[in-house]
Design a protein around this ligand. Structure first.
Ligand code: FES
Length: 436
């Protein structure tokens, strides 16, 4: 043995053998590790692919089902009316009066249009659906628009007053429970084929479309990352955690799902003591103040999200502007407005008048620097164009653009097909001819 150790050639030989064995072992380990990583990556890609295929199938299924929607307005019954404490908001659960009528499925974020028998001419109002599509009922949650405190003589909102004061549950009145409803509509929706991380921001009653979106995600147990921010003045205004508003799985799994984050911002709450006295479900964050861009940024680790916003005008304008300035692409910031934005609409750049020809009505009108939208000018000229939101959300005011170019007076999410434009949200960039 001593002889062997004393022989340097033998020692070097042994060392070389050992090194080769070690390297071979290490190589094997690396190969195993690489194989493991590859299979993990493969599994993740497979899961993503499966999720995308499922989303596309759901979208297709919905397209087929919604093609069986009813036409015009159908009679619905208020089967349940729930008023939420001091929030001024009531939720109405609706089922078709005709039991044969199948509830059309809808995309989270869509709204219903109601025809209300007020005065000599029925009026139309639209309210967001506040639950996900479930095949059993539709739910809308309506805030009673009372006169503002600084103008107590101003009339209350006609549509919301009708809902709050005239509509009763079926069990209370067989007549006052009836209401006319058109099929779900609207383009402010969660795309079922989309899997990117999501931020939902709802201020006040603007939380209703977010509830529909959030519940649809909870229902499908999606693994998608979701941040839900709810802005109210104080705990009395909250409706989010009232019984039945959130999908039952939220209560069961509250705080346990790592992909779901919920924060409530209370703008009138000023102290830590006030804040800690507010009860929220486990896993829900409480914050004082308003939902601002800085508040949102303090939670997110990047701007790589899809943002959905609905709430007071000022909040929407600030967030929309701030998010785009933060580098979020405009098309990733989606907003739902129920009235035109209060910010000044764009005017055409040179201020020179443009000629609008209404081909079917045979009228020609000048669009001047004082005009804001094509719809306003059409009304002045007595050209009838149907409208609903006047905020670029519903698409009701879409008209055919025979020739010329238009530009948006304010940003909308509604995608018009080529050769048409939203008359409530556009102004002429050149002389134009419209098909109305
Ligand atoms: S009226 Fe709704 S988009 Fe113009």
């Amino acid at each position: 043995m001593l002889e062997i150790i004393q022989n340097p050639a033998v020692v070097i030989g042994w060392l070389l053998c050992l090194t080769v064995l070690l390297l071979a072992g290490l190589g094997g380990l690396l190969l195993l590790r690489r194989h493991r990583l590859l299979s993990l990556q493969f599994e993740a890609e497979n899961r993503l692919l499966e999720e995308q295929v499922r989303s596309i199938q759901e979208k297709r299924k919905l397209e087929i089902e919604t093609s069986e929607a009813w036409n015009g307005f159908a009679n619905f019954v208020v089967v349940k009316k729930v008023c939420h404490g001091d929030s001024g908001i009531c939720s109405f659960y609706l089922k078709p009066k005709d039991k044969r009528l199948v509830l059309t499925p809808f995309l989270p974020g869509q709204h219903l249009i109601f025809q209300l028998p007020i005065g000599s001419q029925p009026i139309k109002r639209r309210y967001s659906l506040s639950d996900c599509s479930n095949g059993e009922y539709y739910r809308v949650s309506v805030k009673h628009a009372l006169a503002p405190k600084n103008r107590p003589d101003a009339p209350a909102g006609v549509g919301s007053s009708y809902f709050h004061e005239m509509l009763e549950e079926e069990s209370q009145s067989p007549y006052k429970c009836l209401i006319q409803v058109a099929c779900p509509a609207g383009s402010f929706v969660l795309d079922p084929a989309e899997t990117r991380p999501l931020v939902l921001i709802g201020g006040g009653v603007g939380v209703t479309p977010m509830l529909s979106m959030f519940n649809s995600i909870l229902e499908k147990s999606e693994s998608r990352e979701v941040w839900f921010f709810y802005g109210i003045r104080n705990a009395e205004e909250s409706v989010l955690f009232d019984e039945g508003m959130l999908h039952p799985s939220f209560e069961k799994e509250a705080g346990q799902r790592e992909n779901i984050h919920v924060f409530v911002y209370y703008s009138a709450v000023k102290t830590k003591e006030e804040l800690s006295a507010i009860q929220v479900p486990p896993g829900v964050g409480r914050c004082g103040g308003r939902i601002t861009l800085d508040a949102i940024k303090s939670h997110l680790d990047s701007n790589n999200y899809l943002f959905y916003i609905c709430g007071p005008d000022a909040m929407m304008n600030d967030l929309e502007e701030g998010l785009v300035a933060w580098g979020v692409p405009e098309e990733d910031v989606l907003t739902e407005r129920f009235a035109p934005p209060s910010t000044k609409a764009v005017k055409h750049t040179d201020g020179a008048p443009r000629k609008i020809t209404f081909a079917k009505s045979g009228k020609e009108v000048e669009f001047t620097a004082d005009d804001s939208t094509i719809l306003e000018v059409a009304e002045r000229a007595g050209v009838p164009i149907a409208y609903d939101c006047r905020a670029g959300s519903c698409g009701t005011c879409k008209v055919g653009l025979v020739s010329g170019k238009v530009e948006e007076a304010f940003r909308t999410n509604y995608k018009c097909s080529p050769g048409s434009c939203l008359s409530c949200a556009c102004l002429p960039d050149t002389d134009i001819v419209l098909d109305c």
